[in-house]
Structures are given as structure tokens and as C-alpha cells.
Design a protein around this ligand. Structure first.
Ligand code: ADP
Length: 570
């Protein structure tokens, strides 16, 4: 901080007031001195005239002898000191002292003047008396100088009184001048102070404050102009704040990461999505990762056209698509970063699904075509094997039918959000178990069910499809003599469907993947037993759309346990 800023600020009136007071004081003192001087001069003139008159009277009564008596007599009459001096300066008589012991007075200024023919006047402290005296000496009469003197002290009493009056009046005048000046300054400065207060109020944002009206036209105009400027500015600021607030809101809401770089590669703005996608946003381009993002910004600035780059970032790796867009007219660059990991994953899933579905469809279709050709040949030769080929066609057609049905189920499940209604899971499962009883019996498998009430919010059709798939799997994978058990009930506030079989089980390495679409432990076997590879994918989908889960525990050669859990409707 500079000393200028630290200097104490005084309110405006103090300085002129202090200067004014000093000037008034100087003026008063000078005036008092001048008045005093002239008064003193007038007083001395009067005194001299009196002393001269007395000296003249005394001179007239002077005779040749009895000088000392004369001096004493005149002195008593005039209340003055009278001295008689001859042309040589010798004191012949003195009313107050013995002339014999008095020194020669020839060197006294008043005596010198008198001896030169003029009335001599002087003021000094008397050597003889030690008191300040005013001396008046007349030009010599018959060679003798008559000098009359009086003490200034006693006679100055009047003058001193007058002087006291002068001092008091001067002080009063000085005080009046200061007070008057203070009032004047206050009157002049007040409107400026009011204006300053008004400006401060405006600066603090109190824009509805009315401008102070002033009788001084310029100040009045200044107040109005200040208010107008502040209100105009305030309006613009509100608009600007609203615009920037809107922009901030929009950029904050969009899922794309947005970073703005200035011409010096500094980050001017980054929205929350950018921080979320990149983990953090540095202050400058040089620290931005992944590196491809930096390159895209630089290339866009150099080329003047948008640059798109893909990059992997973080762990687990996420796939980012960065688009750097250069500003027209300056070197700023806007970088938009999109996390496309999920989109790419879904794209890959869709591609896989189409490839798998095509492959699954192709096998029965190829069998049907081949069997049809074989039938034609067999029929032309009247060969009884035609019946066998017809049966192959039927099997493949049924496989196709199952596949198409499962695909339709899956696609419906993906597209529709089912209406979840209050129902009892045990009732749906019971109905489906009933449908499988005959097949179980035909397969030589015991199918038992223990069903307790399990109220949930669900879709009857979807839950039935999921149960069907689980039962179908259990029966397909459980050899003759085995057992399939179905339990439904409420456990830990969840409606639970448990399907246990004593079948072949699932190898440990495959357990985690059986719910994937088209995943099979043994494709050829699955197909020949009527599997589509979609059954468990449908089960998982149904469980998830009901807010639940599905899991499996299995041991190769001993059997599997599938558990579906759905939130219980209290
Ligand atoms: P699929 O129609 O081939 O049965 P799923 O999706 O229903 O297809 O099942 C996927 C794979 O999981 C099956 O190929 C099968 O190997 C295995 N699997 C499913 N249920 C059982 C079960 N109860 N016991 C043994 N393996 C099973």
C-alpha cells in the first residue's frame, strides 16, 4: 500500500476552516497592532503637547536665582519632574534629585535637540530614577534648557485599558470570523457532502434512491446525472447477470463437458460435466489429460476448423469424444467432451445381438432347406425316408418358432414399461407349475412346489414367462429320476422364487455368464433340447423391470438353484 492511500482523509470543510481561522487570526493581530501603534502615537502626541505646555509655563516663571525652588514649585504644581540644564549640559536644578550629583545631560537626545533650537522629545528609562520617562525639552531661553518629564507608567494606565479593550474586541472579531466562516463553508460544502452520500448509496446498489435536489444548478444536474448513470448501469448489470445466469444454468445442465480456452490457453470456463467426465479440469491447456484433447484444441486453433478426436481416459477406461471448435475472429477455442463409453457398449451389444440372432436363425433355416430338398428327392423316388426329413423340418420349425417367440418377448420387454399391478407371485408360479406337471412326469422327474403367499406389484405376463423359462431349463437339464423343486414365499421383506433342481449343474467358469443373451454352456446340446440361449436373459430382464434380482448357485453334476427376488408389497 502506498503512503498516499494511508494518509488520513479529512472532511472537506476542515482545510478551508483551518486556513480561514489562521487568516482571521493574523488579520486581527495585525489590525490590533496597527490600532495599538496609532493609539500610542496619538497618546504620546497628547502627552508631549501637555509637557510642552507645562514647560513653557515653567520657563515663563523662571528667574535668575532660586532655580531649585522654582523646579520644586513647578513640579508640585504640574505633577511632573522639572530639570534645568545649561548650554553645557550641566544640570542646574532638578525637582526630584540633587543636581550636584547628577551627571552632565549634554548627551541626552532631547537636550541635544533643544540646544539645536528645536523642541526635544525622548522616551527612555531614566538613569536617575530607573523609571521609563517621557522627556520634553524646550529650546534654551537665556541659555538655559527647561526639561519637563513624566513617568509613562502612571499616565499609560488609560492607554493600557484601551489596549485591553482592543485585545478583547480583536478576539471577539476573530472568533466571529471563524464561526461565520464555518457556517459559510458548511453551507457551501453541505450539498457536495449530500451528493457524495447519494453517490455512495448508488454504488451500494440502492438504485431507487432519489437524487438530492440542490439550489445550486450544477450540483442539481450532477445529482440527476449520477442517478441516471447508476440506474442505467444497474439495469445493464441485471440483464448481464441474468444472461450469464441463464448460460451458466444451461451449460451446467447439459451432460457434455464444456471447456473454454482463451488465446493464452488458459481455462476461462468449465462446466460441472467437464469436471465429472475428466475428474478435474486444470487451469491451463498444458495440464489437460488425456493428451489427445490438448492436440485437438491446438489443431482447431491452427486450422480454424472444428477438430474431432477420440481418446481413452481413466480406469476403468472410458471412451471420450472431444470436439474442439475455434472461435471466429479470435484465438479462443471451445472444447466439448462427450463420454461415449455407454453408447459404444450398447452399439457393440446390438451388433453382437444381430450377429448372434442371425446365426441362431440360420441353423434351423439351413436344416429346413436341406430337409425340404431331401423330401423332394425322397418323394420323387417314393423313398419312405421322406417321413424322417419331414420330422426334421418340424423340429427345426419349432426351434425357429421358439427362437422367434423368445426374440419377440425380449424385444417387447426392452421396449415396454409394464404396468405393475398388485398380485400374488405364488399364484402365478402355481399356475405355471401346473402346466409343467405332465412334462415332468413324462421325463421321469419329480416336480414339487411349496408356495406361500407373496404379494408384489408386477406384470402377470412377464412373471409367467420368467417362471416358464426357469421351469423349462430345470426340466431340460435334469435327468430322469431327478427332482425339481419350486418354493415361493417372503424372505427378508422380499418376495422370493427359488427353483432347485438335481440336474447336471453349470460349470463354475460359466455361472457368471448364463444370463447373457445367447450364452450357452453347450450350444449343440442346448439347441437339440430346444434351448434358444435367451431364456435366462428374459428372466433377468423381468426381475430387473420389477426392481428385483436373479442369481444362481450351481454345482456341476449335483444341480442348480436359481433365486429370483422381487420387492415385497407390504
Ligand atoms: P437355453 O435356452 O440354451 O437354455 P438359457 O438362457 O435359458 O438358454 O440358459 C443359458 C445356459 O445356462 C444354458 O445353455 C444352460 O447351459 C445353462 N442352464 C440354464 N439353466 C440350467 C439348469 N437348470 N441346469 C443346468 N444348466 C442350466
Amino acid at each position: 500500500m502506498s503512503s498516499r492511500n494511508e494518509r488520513k482523509r479529512r472532511p472537506l470543510p476542515t482545510i478551508p476552516l483551518v486556513i480561514g481561522a489562521l487568516l482571521a487570526l493574523i488579520l486581527v493581530v495585525v489590525t490590533a497592532i496597527l490600532v495599538d501603534r496609532s493609539l500610542r502615537a496619538v497618546w504620546l502626541d497628547d502627552l508631549d503637547a501637555d509637557l510642552e505646555r507645562l514647560a513653557l509655563v515653567a520657563a515663563e516663571t523662571l528667574d535668575a536665582t532660586g532655580h531649585q525652588e522654582w523646579a520644586t514649585g513647578v513640579s508640585r504644581a504640574g505633577a511632573v519632574r522639572v530639570t534645568l540644564i545649561d548650554a553645557g549640559g550641566v544640570v542646574l536644578a532638578d525637582s526630584h534629585q540633587d543636581p550636584a550629583i547628577m551627571e552632565n545631560h549634554g548627551d541626552r537626545p532631547e537636550v541635544i535637540s533643544a540646544l539645536s533650537g528645536e523642541v526635544g522629545v525622548a522616551t527612555r528609562v531614566s538613569v536617575s530614577t530607573g523609571i521609563e520617562q517621557r522627556y520634553v525639552a524646550l529650546p534654551p531661553v537665556d541659555g538655559l534648557v527647561v526639561r519637563v518629564s513624566t513617568s509613562t507608567g502612571s499616565i499609560a494606565e488609560d492607554y493600557r485599558r484601551t489596549q485591553g479593550v482592543i485585545v478583547r474586541v480583536s478576539l471577539l472579531v476573530a472568533l466571529a470570523a471563524v464561526v461565520g466562516m464555518a457556517l459559510l463553508v458548511r453551507r457551501l460544502v453541505r450539498p457536495v457532502a449530500v451528493l457524495a452520500d447519494h453517490a455512495q448509496a448508488l454504488a451500494r446498489g440502492r438504485l431507487d434512491t432519489d437524487p438530492p435536489r440542490s439550489p445550486v444548478a450544477e450540483l442539481d444536474r450532477l445529482g440527476m446525472a449520477l442517478t441516471e448513470i447508476a440506474r442505467d448501469l444497474g439495469g445493464r448489470m441485471v440483464e448481464a447477470e441474468r444472461a450469464s445466469g441463464t448460460l451458466e444454468f444451461v451449460l451446467g445442465a447439459i451432460p457434455q463437458g464444456t471447456i473454454l480456452f482463451d488465446s493464452e490457453d488458459r481455462v476461462v470456463y468449465a462446466n460441472p460435466a467437464a469436471r465429472q467426465i475428466l475428474g478435474s479440469v486444470p487451469e491451463a491447456l498444458g495440464a489437460l489429460t488425456p493428451f489427445q484433447l490438448q492436440t485437438s484444441v491446438r489443431e482447431a486453433r491452427e486450422g480454424g476448423v472444428p477438430v474431432v478426436r477420440m481418446a481413452d481416459h481413466g480406469r476403468p477406461a472410458r471412451r471420450l469424444r472431444a470436439t474442439a471448435v475455434p472461435f471466429e475472429g479470435d484465438d479462443r477455442v471451445l472444447l466439448v467432451v462427450v463420454d461415449v463409453t455407454e453408447r459404444e457398449r450398447l452399439d457393440a451389444m446390438r451388433r453382437d445381438f444381430v450377429a448372434n440372432a442371425s446365426h441362431e436363425l440360420k441353423t434351423p433355416v439351413a436344416t429346413i432347406i436341406a430337409a425340404s430338398e431331401a423330401i423332394q428327392i425322397a418323394l420323387s423316388r417314393d423313398d419312405p425316408s421322406a417321413v424322417g426329413f419331414a420330422s426334421q423340418i418340424e423340429t427345426s420349425a419349432r426351434q425357429l418358432d421358439r427362437l422367434v417367440n423368445d426374440l419377440l418377448d425380449l424385444s417387447r420387454l426392452e421396449q415396454e414399461t409394464p404396468d405393475l399391478l398388485p398380485l400374488d407371485l405364488s399364484q402365478i408360479v402355481g399356475e405355471e407349475v401346473g402346466r409343467f406337471l405332465k412334462r415332468a412326469k413324462d421325463n421321469g422327474v419329480t416336480l414339487v412346489a411349496d408356495l406361500s403367499k407373496a404379494p408384489i406389484l408386477g406384470s402377470r405376463r412377464d412373471l409367467a414367462a420368467a417362471t416358464r423359462n426357469l421351469l423349462d431349463n430345470a426340466l431340460r437339464h435334469t435327468p430322469r429320476g431327478g427332482e425339481v423343486r419350486v418354493d415361493v414365499g417372503v424372505l427378508d421383506d422380499q418376495a422370493v422364487l427359488i427353483l432347485t433342481d438335481t440336474g447336471e449343474g453349470i460349470p463354475t467358469r460359466d455361472v457368471g455368464r448364463v444370463f447373457e443373451r445367447f450364452y450357452r454352456v453347450d450350444s449343440a446340446r442346448s439347441r437339440t433340447t430346444g434351448g434358444t440361449g435367451l431364456g435366462l436373459a428374459i428372466v433377468r430382464h423381468v426381475a430387473e423391470t420389477h426392481g428385483g434380482t436373479v442369481g444362481v448357485e450351481s454345482e456341476l453334476g449335483r444341480g442348480s438353484v436359481f433365486t429370483v427376488k422381487i420387492p415385497h408389497r407390504g
